[in-house]
Design a protein around this ligand. Sequence first.
Ligand code: NAD
Ligand code: TYD
Length: 359
Amino acid sequence: MKTYLVTGGAGFIGSNFIHYMFQKYGDDIRIINLDKLTYAGNLENLKSVEDRENYAFVKADICDWEAVNRIFQENDIDRVVHFAAESHVDRSIKDPEVFVKTNVLGTLVMLNGAKAAWELPDGTFKEGKKFLHVSTDEVYGSLDEDGGYFYETTPYAPHSPYSASKASSDMLVKSYMDTYKFPANITNCSNNYGPYQFPEKLIPLIINNALQGKKLPVYGDGKNVRDWLYVEDHAKGIDMVMEKGRLFETYNIGGHNEKQNIEIIHIILNTLREMLPEGDGRRKLVKDSLITYVEDRKGHDRRYAIAPDKIKKEVGWLPDTRFEDGIRRTIQWFFENEEWMKNVTSGNYQKYYEEMYQI
Ligand code: NAD
Ligand code: TYD
């Protein structure tokens, strides 16, 4: 039985990944979830797995060497899936420091924990061990509107403190692979959406605001493009790279689903109107007139788009979920989990929202 150490498993993608893995492997794997539970970490995301005998949660900071090393020393970890990070660009613009601490120094601690546990006296590594570093396409910078894609060979050109910190963490992982032949892969994925996404990100923020008849903030001209992937397809890609990816390689993950932000907002509004039953009071709140153009994000990257050729060819990964279906599943999930949304948007979220959006 393989033991996975998942960092950041209480966040959006991490929790979806844990659900995906238990659905796929059942009792044949063991997962230890290491998470500090920042504002973005939520154990409610994992309610349905918390009683499993093959699941354990450890509340700790990835920057805490003692805590990280203890986990590696007390458990025979086979795989690390490293999600834990500060993940929101707008927050990184306001307060970059914690991004460097968690994303860069935290990744270093994780690498050192795995290296100490897996390295043999002759400097090689135990068989079958792998560290998968989960990263973003934002490290490649911004594309022009009229063409081009991010390939694994695209030079890094991050613009935001978030993407700069992720780029730095990728470089550290690359340096461990090059210097020590440390067994790892890096995946760089495009924008995810789906259940459990914190409503500071575009899609859940728009769903949540629209259902309450609140303004829908659009940065700049609304024509920035993101390449959206349903989170379960990302989870599947990570698992497949873990199993089939060649050691020391980077794989881009994306499903060729580019959309302008304003298109996304219209799709959400139309889908909400379609899906809300007749007589539901929220129907009349969902209006196009809620769309409100606000000041642009500083350094706002214009377009991201992944070329997923390598992961398709080498690993056999393809996305399963079309955007039309994924967005409906996501909206349905938010309909069924109103309590989740209420809980995460109480308290500190209000303060964040008021400071971030003066609308
Ligand atoms: P998230 O913000 O929803 O979750 C991050 C998780 O990490 C939270 O559970 C949080 O508590 C935990 N965490 C933060 N700091 C920590 C620390 N110091 N120690 C331990 N745990 C800590 O993020 P997400 O959207 O799920 O993203 C997960 C990973 O995937 C990140 O590395 C991100 O860069 C990457 N990624 C995200 C996207 C996306 O669209 N969201 C796309 C590509 C890659
Ligand atoms: P976001 O979900 O923050 O992801 P990222 O910045 O990592 O791509 O934003 C997605 C796009 O939506 C991005 O171009 C910024 C834009 N955006 C808005 O227009 N309004 C908003 O309120 C938010 C949060 C994002």
